[in-house]
Ligand binder design. Structure first.
Ligand SMILES: [Zn+2]
Length: 292
């Protein structure tokens, strides 16, 4: 593998992270027919590089994988800039509030769902959809209380489609913060009242303006910034089998902290003031240099 090209893919991924992560997608176009067609309205929460390939992971678990030709590249423009308007024939175009990212010269584009049995159950029935006003919230509570894996964390269970549907990753972080709940409290430590409180608040927030409007987020995407409730520092961690990002405040999300399970948790020791994406990029680059 050509080292320069590899490093260039990492550079592109770094600019994509800074431009796109945590922002609501306004437009998403893919020129070629793809199996899973990602929708606008979601949020990009991770950018991964594998050699010359760049993968963009959406908050619903959809992955857009682009493999670049020799002259191919991802470019980022400011919205409304002259250069952005001149882009023609982009293979992929993603527009967020203030930036447009385009992929030109891809040799392969593929979309798929990140494998997560909780998010995409292969067997069994799916839980109530919390965005639906008619959904049976008591059934959700029963499913949480009778959860088969007693050591599972509440952060994982909120994304389990067999228990409830409609809670995306951004929303999960905000919900746990609102309830002052430690993200990896064991699901089995919650009593019926606490489970009901989480489920009804989730349904209320999903069915209200909160889910549709450009709301101000308390923790999601705010790593290193101050928690709006207690002034503590918002942290970012990877969590769960699918290793999804999780933003939280360790200072005030303390409910059930005594029962927390530490499995599948990867702490980011990102220095304050440094964007976690930038930190990950620099760490990756460091590893490449050592091994290259
Ligand atoms: Zn706090």
């Amino acid at each position: 593998m050509n080292f320069e090209i590899f490093r260039s893919a990492q550079r592109q991924a770094s600019s994509l992270r800074i431009a796109l992560i945590g922002k609501k997608i306004k437009t998403l176009q893919i020129l070629e027919p793809v199996v899973v067609r990602p929708k606008a309205g979601g949020v990009i929460e991770e950018i991964r590089t594998i050699g010359r390939e760049i993968e963009l992971i959406l908050d619903d678990g959809t992955v857009i994988r682009t493999k670049l030709k020799f002259a191919g590249a991802w470019r980022v423009f400011r919205s409304n800039s002259v250069a952005a308007n001149k882009v023609d024939g982009a293979d992929v175009l993603i527009e967020v509030q203030d930036r447009i990212a385009v992929c030109i010269g891809a040799s392969e584009i593929e979309t798929y769902h990140d494998f997560d049995p909780r998010r995409h159950p292969l067997l069994g029935r799916r839980g109530p959809d919390l965005t639906d006003r008619q959904s049976d919230l008591e059934l959700c509570v029963d499913l949480m209380l009778g959860y088969e894996d007693a050591d599972a964390t509440i952060a994982e269970v909120l994304l389990d489609q067999r228990v409830m549907r409609g809670v995306g990753n951004v929303f999960r972080c905000e919900l746990l913060w609102t309830c002052e709940m430690h993200p990896w409290a064991r699901v089995s430590s919650l009593n019926r009242d606490e489970s009901r409180e989480l489920v009804s608040l989730a349904a209320e927030m999903l069915q209200s303006q909160f889910a549709t409007q450009n709301r101000k987020l308390a923790v999601y995407g705010r790593h290193g910034k101050n928690c709006p409730r207690c002034g503590g520092q918002v942290r970012v961690t990877h969590h769960g089998e699918a290793n999804r990002v999780l933003y939280w405040c360790a200072d005030c999300q303390t409910r059930h902290s005594g029962t927390s399970a530490s499995r599948y948790v990867t702490e980011h020791h990102t220095p304050p003031g440094v964007h976690p994406a930038e930190f990950i990029y620099l760490s990756e680059l460091g590893r490449t240099r050592k091994s290259g």
